[in-house]
Design a protein around this ligand. Structure first.
Ligand code: SAH
Length: 355
């Protein structure tokens, strides 16, 4: 049995079942043993692939968004470029390559990376060799200067709580340990979801509903930071535009879906992001607006990805590769529709490119 499985099983053995958020938090982020702490999961030899790893064009489009955002917040002489969950650092690498070629903005971005995994921090250091970088474990000590936040596939990795509707009560789902079969199993906890809404009231019996208090808390911290210092935050992730019913908790290993509770620490566990909940939590903060949520395909096309693809594929040797990358980023059956994009910003900004 793996060390992490033993630790979680022992915890449940002495304190009783834990909620999904605690299981997910331990599975992904338990110091030294959690999924992100023990491996680089990206690419064809890993478990999954992300947009910046698919194509340099993704980071290039984000760079254009950043130049526009910097312009709209009043062209500060210096600003913090804060990436949340930067993986291998590939997105930041492509962004900085473009920013350093735009004379107005060149040299003004101070890179801050929010990353809890020591292994991925090492990777980021290698990828971003030559850049000054400040790493953070959380959102507590960010610099009090204008800030542009970016996060691709960050929020989907944050823990969620799930509730199941049973006879008009939303009862929390948890994880117990079956000692005889040596495996984790879903169970019901005594806690219930206190709030009610039309959506919840009309949902059928046995429906599942998820919330992510950690994501809400982070979004509010970002919103307050932006309200105080000026700034923009761009969120790209898979998820839904409107808060909805449904079980989206999933686990992936070797590019395939696998059971969520098996092989804890060896599989990537994520859940779809509730963009409406994020928007609402940001807008509560005085002086903060949120964009609409758009599909990744729409966002990247508005930023000019097709022109860039055509430019890069002028060299016939690149044509097939560039067009297959473009397809993966934009097609409905690939990332184009499932992935969504939204931004939050100071309410004196009228609009941002891409939306
Ligand atoms: N943005 C990257 C990686 C996405 S994977 C890309 O698009 O390729 C999720 C990233 O978030 C990893 O870098 C992971 O280590 C980091 N992460 C997960 N949970 C985190 C947390 N609670 N705090 C900070 N970083 C976290």
């Amino acid at each position: 049995m793996s060390k992490l499985k033993e630790i979680i099983a022992a915890k449940i053995g002495s304190n009783g079942p834990i909620n999904i958020a605690e299981f997910m938090g331990d599975a992904l982020g338990y110091p030294e043993l959690g999924y992100y702490h023990t491996r680089d999961p990206f690419g064809s030899g890993g478990d999954f692939i992300t947009a910046p790893e698919i194509s340099q064009m993704f980071g290039e489009m984000i760079a254009i968004f950043i130049v526009d955002a910097w312009d709209k917040i009043g062209k500060p002489e210096e600003f913090a470029l804060i990436e949340m969950g930067p993986g291998r650092g590939t997105l930041m690498f492509d962004v900085m390559r473009i920013l350093s070629s735009v004379p107005d903005i060149k040299g003004r971005a101070k890179i801050h990376l929010i990353e809890t995994s020591p292994i991925l921090r090492k990777s980021q250091k290698v990828t971003l060799d030559g850049h000054d970088i400040i790493w953070h474990n959380d959102f507590e000590n960010l610099p009090e200067i204008p800030s542009i936040f970016i996060g691709n596939e960050f929020f989907d990795a944050l823990p969620i709580q799930q509730f199941r509707k049973i006879q008009d009560k939303w009862q929390e789902l948890g994880v117990k340990y079956n000692r005889f079969e040596e495996k984790f199993e879903f169970t019901l906890l005594p806690t219930t979801l206190p709030k009610s809404s039309k959506l919840l009231d009309e949902a059928e019996d046995l429906s599942v509903f998820a919330i992510s208090p950690i994501s809400i808390d982070i979004m509010q911290k970002i919103a307050k930071h932006i309200a105080l210092n000026k700034g923009v935050c761009l969120v790209i992730d898979y998820g839904h535009v409107k808060t909805d019913i449904g079980d989206t908790l999933q686990a992936v290993k070797d590019h395939k879906y696998v059971p969520v509770l098996n092989d804890v620490g060896e599989v990537d566990i994520t859940a779809h992001v509730d963009f409406e909940a994020l928007q609402k939590s940001a807008k509560i903060v005085d002086g903060i607006s949120a964009s609409v949520t758009v599909n990744q395909a729409e966002f990247l096309q508005k930023l000019g990805i097709v022109y860039r693809a055509n430019d890069l594929s002028k060299d016939p040797d690149n044509y097939a590769t560039i067009h297959s990358q473009l397809k993966r980023l934009l097609d409905e059956g690939e990332m184009g529709k499932l992935f969504k994009v939204m931004a939050i910003y100071n309410d004196d900004i009228e609009s941002l490119v891409g939306f």
